[in-house]
Design a protein around this ligand. Sequence first.
Ligand SMILES: NC(=O)c1ccc[n+]([C@@H]2O[C@H](COP(=O)([O-])OP(=O)(O)OC[C@H]3O[C@@H](n4cnc5c(N)ncnc54)[C@H](OP(=O)(O)O)[C@@H]3O)[C@@H](O)[C@H]2O)c1
Length: 248
Amino acid sequence: MLNYSAPANLLKDRVILVTGAGDGIGKAAAKTYAQYGATIILLGKTIEKLEQVYDEIEQANGSQPAIYPMNLEGATAKDYDDMQVTLEKEFGQLDGILHNAALLGSLMPIAQFDMAHWGKIMQVNLNAPYMLTRICLPLLEKSDHASVIFTTDDVGIDGQGYWGAYAISKSACDNMMQILADEMEVNTTIRFNSINPGKVATTMRSKAYPGEDPTGLPKPDDIMNSYLYLMGEDSQSVNGQIINAQSS
Ligand SMILES: NC(=O)c1ccc[n+]([C@@H]2O[C@H](COP(=O)([O-])OP(=O)(O)OC[C@H]3O[C@@H](n4cnc5c(N)ncnc54)[C@H](OP(=O)(O)O)[C@@H]3O)[C@@H](O)[C@H]2O)c1
């Protein structure tokens, strides 16, 4: 799958929601999915960044995307209900979600975490993917084969000191992914998997490793094969898995 070569029309006429689409891996995924034919709903918190991605997709002759500004940290149940109504009205169905947005927070011992900081990270990294998935299920069920992708991290798979709420939120999302995969396997065609991007040169990576020279790191565009594979029909039999986007 790391060497997966996607057909040019892999995502033709598919409607895909990407969270955190304004920067880093989410931006690369939104543009890549659009390049392969999808209509992308660009969700994120900084409108200028989303507009930039919108323009880049249009300039590359991709299908016209949609911008859905949303700060996942403060989003309420009503915001999600409103979103469901809007997506239903504008698109009628959903063929995929890439849960990519995340907040790293401060790296520190659990003993020093305060409730507010903990809650903020859990809100963006765990509660938001839960709410978003739940309200989108009826739209995903209308697709002939929908794919929901969560984004994990090495530290979510094997806990490591100082990674605190971020790591725990990733681990919990993987568990949610497995529960959904199990529950939906029988009566729906929706599949649920996680991608572990590995080390990638982004803003988040430089926040986590401020002393690291990013020049040797893979860029978001370099890891898109598994993002394409998991979103498209060639992975229809893959469900409940954690997939690495890089070999090491
Ligand atoms: N880079 C790596 O080495 C690495 C390794 C393992 C896992 N990951 C995972 O890969 C995913 C993408 O990370 P990245 O490295 O591309 O990070 P990034 O460049 O920092 O991008 C994170 C994205 O999430 C959005 N976001 C953050 N808080 C948000 C909020 N409250 N509401 C809406 N959107 C919000 C950001 O929007 P703004 O730009 O508007 O703030 C940004 O678009 C994350 O899930 C991360 O945990 C990354």
